[in-house]
Structure formats: C-alpha cells, structure tokens
Write a protein that binds this ligand. Structure first.
Ligand code: GLO
Ligand code: MG
Length: 346
C-alpha cells in the first residue's frame, strides 16, 4: 500500500459570499476581499483559487504595468499568509461583451475581448505564481440551438485552447465542465468533452479537467465515474466538491449533504487513484444557506472539509479484502449491504 495522502484544501473567495439570491435583498454585508486571505489558514485551507479580477479588480481598465503591479501586491500577501495560488480563471460572464459567450460569441469584437481578457488572466496567473488557468465556460453555449453554428463554436473553443498553449509555453489549462446555467445548453457539458479537447490540442499534457460534483449531477452523470474517467487519463487536475439535490439550479450545497453515498464514492475513487499525492488540491465550491447569520460565514467550508475527511476515514477503514472477495464472487447484493453497514457504522 502506498502512503496515505495528506490532503490539501482550497477554495475561492467567492465561496464567502454576500448573501445574494434573485428573490430578495442581500442578507449579509459584503465581507472585505483582502480580509478573506487572512481567514484561509485558520479554517484549514492553504490553496486559494482566483478569478482574474479577484486578483486585479477592474482589470479591463488597467494597462499591463498596472496589472502586474497589483498582481505583485497579491503575491506578497499570499506568501505572508502561507497560501498557494492554485489557479486563476478569466471571468468571462460579467462584462457586456460576454452576454452571448466570449470565445463562441457571434460577434468578432466580443471574441477579441475574450481573448484579450484570457491573455491578461494568464499574465496574472504567472505573476502570482499559479501554474494553471481554469476555463469555466460559463456562457459558451446557446439559449436556443439555432442561435449559433455549434460546429464552428467547437472549432473556436479548440482554437482558443491552442492559442492559450501557444501564448505561454508552461501554463496549464484546466477545463471545468458544466452542462447548463447560465446558458440553456453549454458546449462543454462533461469531462469527456473537456478531455476530447485536450487530446485534440497541440499539447495534450497541459490540458486537464476540474470536476465539480454538482455540474456532473446536473448533466445526469455520476460524479465519481466522471472523476474516474479523468483519472484514467491522468487528467484530473482539481475538483470542486459540493452537492446538489436533484436537477435544479446549481446549488453548491455542502459536500455529502444531499447524497452521502455518492460523496463516499467520490472519495473512494480519489483515494484509489492516489489523487493529491502530486500536490493536487481538494477544492470546495460551496455556498452557505441564505438563513445563516454572522460575518464572515465560513461554517459551510469547514463543515464540507470535515465531511470529506470523515469519508476518507470511512474509506480507509473499509474491509478492502471483503470488498474484493464480494466483487470476485459478483455478490453485489452483499457488497451493497456491506457498504451501507460500514457507512452507518453498524
Ligand atoms: C459555477 C462554477 C464557478 C467556477 C469558478 C471558477 O457554476 O462552479 O464557481 O468554479 O468560476 O472557474
Ligand atoms: Mg466550480
């Protein structure tokens, strides 16, 4: 047996949120961004995930020198706090130029904006010392199928992947698939789509995936199988663990809170593959409940981390020989009961 992985955890500042939902006013005051950096270590997290404008607010209006200056300020804060920047993601879903997507927009000017913003994001990633950018392709899709030439859109996405690889000889590109929201249908809905893009690219070794539990569930797929697929291709660069109660809006519930057994299976698949042994983070993408009082609200992050670690302990204390024997005997009824008993601690 290899040495058990000691997990490292990460999250993005957007997970400490302002208490907004579309059906009422904000229920919490915004928590100052810079003060979030000081919370991480105390909560048990050492990795920080960024949007480009989390590092450099208002970057659309700044020149390259200003962008590098602000990135250097953040880099110093990170090193003072003992934090590792895991990735930087271009926020391509807020600006007016991205209402119809960035890379796949029908307008050339919007596509140019998206590419300009992506280059800035890569520059920021380099400047803060992150080895990867993440593409969550929020609006790369369509609201109605006739709106876009989907085949052309797929070519444009591949061209973008290749342009990123050419722009920077070292940066990694991790694609975070999601099937819908904010679009009706997204062009990269599953990890299979992301990995196909990786293999079709000019440097497959630098194109990987980030799998979010809720996104897989929204695609009607099992998150642990999605993770296993990426792991089988050695392309699972990061995860966004959370949970989702059925097919509805992207809920970002606490890990394991809706389906404990599915959460256990994600942990099992990660453990079996030795995920984390090369420094990969356990990323959490969770939101607190609207009803939660206090400021800042962080219990959803520490609770999700704790649930993950409890499930790791559950996996490690499983009778692996018994599981192997039941698999061999193909007695899946007995195997299921064995797993449920173990999870219930009976
Ligand atoms: C939304 C996504 C989003 C991304 C983040 C990093 O559904 O999960 O939170 O993870 O923007 O790219
Ligand atoms: Mg996510």
């Amino acid at each position: 047996m290899s040495t058990p992985v000691e997990y490292r955890f990460s999250f993005g500042p957007w997970n400490i949120s302002e208490g907004a939902d579309p059906f009422g006013p904000d229920v919490r005051q915004p928590f100052p961004h810079e003060e979030k950096f000081g919370l991480y270590r105390g909560l048990g997290f050492e990795g920080i995930q960024f949007h480009d404008d989390d590092v450099v607010p208002g970057l659309d209006d700044l020149n390259p020198a200003q962008i590098l200056k602000q990135s250097a300020v953040v880099k110093t804060i990170l090193s003072n706090q003992g934090l590792t920047p895991e990735f930087v993601a271009p926020r391509l879903w807020f600006a007016p130029q991205t209402v119809d997507g960035g890379y796949t927009s029908n307008r050339a000017a919007d596509r140019a904006y998206a590419w300009d913003r992506t280059q800035k994001c890569i520059d920021i990633a380099r400047a803060v010392g992150a080895k990867a950018i993440v593409l969550w392709l929020a609006r790369e899709g369509s609201y109605i199928r006739e709106a876009k030439d989907a085949r052309l859109a797929y070519q444009r996405l591949l061209d973008t992947v290749n342009a990123i690889l050419a722009y920077d000889p070292e940066i990694e590109l991790w694609i975070e698939p999601k099937p819908n929201e904010p679009t009706d249908q997204a062009y990269v809905p599953t990890i299979g789509h992301a990995i196909a893009l990786a293999y079709a690219s000019t440097d497959p070794t630098r194109v990987k995936g980030l799998i979010e539990t809720a996104h897989a569930l929204l695609a009607g797929l099992d998150p642990s199988d999605e993770m296993a697929f990426a792991l089988a291709h050695d392309k699972l660069a990061s995860v966004h663990l959370n949970d989702q109660n059925g097919l509805k809006f992207d809920q970002d519930k606490n890990f394991g809170s809706a389906n404990l057994r599915a959460a256990f299976n994600q942990v099992r698949v990660l453990e079996e593959a030795g995920y984390g042994s090369r420094g990969e983070f356990i990323g959490l993408d969770v939101k607190t409940m609207r009803t939660q009082a206090g400021s800042p609200v962080t219990a959803h992050l520490t609770n999700s981390r704790e649930i993950f670690l409890w499930l790791v302990a559950k996996y490690r204390s499983l009778d692996h020989a018994a599981v192997a024997a039941l698999r061999e005997a193909r007695d899946y009824e007995a195997l299921e009961l064995h797993i449920i008993r173990h999870l219930l601690g009976i």
